[in-house]
Write a protein that binds this ligand. Structure first.
Ligand code: B12
Length: 473
C-alpha cells in the first residue's frame, strides 16, 4: 500500500511573516508517530510542507493529513485534491478534533484526539474493506506505542533532528488551551514509562534533544526519574515547562545536571487578574522574578510565552510587559494575541458574548485579533503585539537584557542566542535554501553549552529499569 502523510503548511508559511528558521528548528512528530503503526512493506512518505515542496501528481492509496487551525484550508484543499484522485483521505489533529463535522466535508475519515488507539483500529478496518467515517480516541496510553518512524523524516532539513515527546497533554486546564476539545473522551495527561522514554533517548544520535511535550515537568515523579536516568548521557536539551517547574529548585538541579539549557516558559501575562480570568491558577506573577532567577542562576535560557488581549489588558500592557521581560534578562520571547480556538472555554465565553469577529481560520494564528477585546480596539491590539516584538528585539533591549548575565561569557551567550534567533534572518534564509541548516547544529550546541558546566559530570548512570522501579514503588 502507498501511504502519503502530509503536514500542510500553516498560513504563516505563505505570508510575509514567514521565518523559515522557525519551521526548520526541529521536526514535528505527529505523522512519524502514526507511521510507526504501518508495516515495513507499505510504501510510506512523510512530507512537511513547511520545509519542502509537495508533489501532487501521485496516486497514493491512503492519504493522512495532520491539520492545525491555521492550516485547515490548505489541509482541506489537499484532501479534496487526493479524493478526486481516488485516494482514501484521513484527517486528524487539533482542528478536526475541535470541528469534526467541518473536516468531514473534505475527508473520508476524521479522527478526534491522539491517534494511538484509533489509528491502528482504523488500519485494520481499512484493510478489511470497512473503514469508518469517524474515530474518537478514548483509550489513552503511550505504553507499547511503536517508536516514531524517524527514518521517514527528512532530517537534514532541520536544525535539531532529535525532537521527541515522552508525555501528552498537561494536568492543568486553562481556558484558552486546545486541551479540552483535543483530549475529550479520555485522559488528558499521561506519560510514557520512564524506561521506555530513556530507551528512546538513548537511541537518538548526537547530543541535542528537543522535547516537544506541553509540560515536561508536570508529573514530578516521572520528571525526576527521567532526569536521573539521563545523567551521564552527555545530552544538551530544550523543553517547555511552567512557572511552577521553575520554582522547584531540586527538580531544576536534576534537569540541568542532565543537560537542560533552555526552557519555554508559559508566563502568559504579568497581570494576576488576567490569569484568574483564564483559569490559569498555577501561575502567580509574584513568583515570576524567582522563577526567572532560578533558571538563569543555573544557566538555563528562557523563552517566555506572553499573551495579549485578555479582558484586564488595557493599552498600557504592551510596554509594561516588554519592560518586565527585558528587566528580567529574558533571552527570547514569543508574543501571542489571545486566540479563541473552537471548542475551548474561551471560545464559548466570547461566542456567548457576541465578541467573535471572524471565523476565518486563517486568521487564528495568534498574530491577528479575531475577537472584540474589552479595553482596546482589535487594531490597537495587533499594533501593540507587533510593537512588542520590535521593542523586545531591538538591539538596545537585547544588550540591556544581556548585561544582566554574569560575566562576559554569559553576556555573549545571551547576545548570540537572541541575536541568532531574531536578527540574522538574511543569513538563515540562504543557509536553509542551500540545505545546510543541519550543519549549524554545532554552533547552536556551542551557544547552549557556553559557560555552563558540561552535562554528564556525574558518571554513574542509572539503569532505566531501576528508575522505573523506583517510580512504581
Ligand atoms: C512542533 C510544533 C510547532 C512547530 C511546527 C508546527 C507544525 N506545523 O507542526 C512550530 C515551531 C513551527 C510551531 C508553531 C506554532 N505553534 Co506549535 N507546536 C508544536 C508542538 C511543540 C509539537 C507538535 C508535535 O509534534 N507533537 C507531538 C505529536 C506526537 O503529537 P500531535 O502532533 O498532536 O499528533 C498526534 C495527534 O494530533 C494525532 N493526529 C494528528 N494528525 C493526525 C492525522 C490522523 C489521520 C490521525 C489518525 C491522527 C492524527 O495523532 C498523533 C499521535 O497521537 C506542539 C505541542 C505538542 N505537544 O503537540 C505545539 C502546538 C501545536 N503549537 C501551538 C501554537 C499555538 C503554535 C503557534 C501559533 C505559536 C506562535 N504564535 O508562533 C505557531 C503556529 C503559527 C501559525 N501560523 O499558526 C499550539 C497549538 C494550539 C492550537 N489549538 O492550534 C500547540 C499545541 C502548543 C500548545 N501547547 O499550545 N509549532
Amino acid at each position: 500500500m502507498h501511504v502519503k502523510m502530509i503536514l500542510p503548511a500553516l498560513t504563516e508559511a505563505c505570508s510575509p511573516y514567514y521565518r523559515p528558521l522557525k519551521y526548520s528548528l526541529f521536526p514535528p512528530l505527529g505523522l512519524a508517530a502514526l507511521a510507526g503503526y504501518l508495516p515495513p512493506d507499505d510504501r510510506i512518505e512523510i512530507q512537511d510542507e513547511h520545509v519542502e515542496r509537495l508533489r501532487l501528481d501521485d496516486r497514493p492509496d491512503l492519504v493522512v493529513i495532520e491539520c492545525y487551525i491555521s492550516s485547515a484550508y490548505r489541509s482541506y484543499q489537499l484532501a479534496d485534491h487526493y479524493r478526486a484522485r481516488g485516494a482514501h483521505v484521513c484527517i486528524g489533529g487539533l482542528h478536526p478534533s475541535s470541528l469534526p463535522e467541518e473536516a468531514a466535508q473534505h475527508a473520508d475519515t476524521v479522527f478526534q484526539g491522539p491517534g494511538e488507539d484509533t489509528w491502528p483500529r482504523f488500519l485494520s478496518d481499512f484493510r478489511r474493506g470497512a473503514p469508518g467515517r469517524s474515530y474518537l480516541s478514548t483509550q489513552r496510553s503511550l505504553e507499547g506505542a511503536p517508536a516514531p518512524r524517524r527514518d521517514l523524516i527528512h532530517q537534514s532539513k532541520y536544525l535539531v533532528p532529535n525532537s521527541l515527546v515522552v508525555s501528552r497533554g498537561c494536568p492543568h486546564a486553562c481556558d484558552f488551551c486546545y486541551k479540552e476539545p483535543f483530549f475529550r473522551g479520555g485522559r488528558s495527561f499521561y506519560t510514557q514509562r520512564v524506561d521506555a522514554a530513556l530507551e528512546q533517548i538513548a537511541s537518538l544520535p548526537g547530543r541535542h534533544l528537543f522535547f516537544l511535550d506541553d509540560n515536561l515537568f508536570a508529573d514530578r515523579r516521572f520528571a525526576a526519574a527521567l532526569f536521573e536516568g539521563m545523567q551521564g548521557m552527555g545530552r544538551l536539551w530544550q523543553a517547555a515547562g511552567t512557572v511552577r517547574a521553575a520554582l522547584d529548585r531540586e527538580l531544576l538541579d536534576r534537569a540541568v545536571d542532565c543537560g537542560l539549557r533552555s526552557l519555554f516558559v508559559g508566563f502568559e501575562t504579568i497581570n494576576a487578574a488576567s490569569l484568574a480570568e483564564q483559569n490559569k491558577r498555577h501561575n502567580r506573577p509574584a513568583d515570576y522574578e524567582q522563577a526567572a532567577a532560578n533558571l538563569h542562576a543555573r544557566g538555563v535560557m528562557i523563552n517566555a510565552s506572553l499573551v495579549y488581549g485578555m479582558d484586564h489588558d488595557d493599552p498600557s500592557c504592551f510596554e509594561r510587559t516588554v519592560d518586565w521581560a527585558v528587566e528580567r534578562g529574558l533571552e527570547t520571547a514569543t508574543f501571542h494575541i489571545l486566540t479563541p480556538y473552537p471548542g475551548t472555554a474561551l471560545y464559548r465565553r466570547l461566542a456567548e458574548q457576541g465578541r467573535i469577529l471572524t471565523r476565518n481560520w486563517d486568521r487564528y494564528d495568534t498574530r491577528h485579533c479575531v475577537f472584540q477585546p474589552a479595553q482596546m480596539s482589535p487594531a490597537e491590539l495587533e499594533a501593540g503585539y507587533w510593537e512588542s516584538y520590535e521593542r523586545f528585539y531591538r538591539w538596545g533591549s537585547i544588550v540591556r537584557a544581556a548585561r544582566s548575565k554574569p560575566g562576559l561569557v554569559g553576556t555573549l551567550r545571551h547576545l548570540a542566542y537572541a541575536g541568532g534567533w531574531k536578527k540574522c534572518e538574511l543569513l538563515w534564509r540562504p543557509i536553509i535554501r542551500a540545505g545546510l541548516i543541519s550543519r549549524m547544529r554545532a554552533l547552536l550546541e556551542a551557544i547552549l553549552g557556553a559557560g555552563v558546566a558540561e552535562p554528564g559530570c556525574r558518571t554513574e548512570r542509572a539503569d532505566p529499569t531501576d528508575a522505573h522501579r523506583q517510580l512504581a514503588a
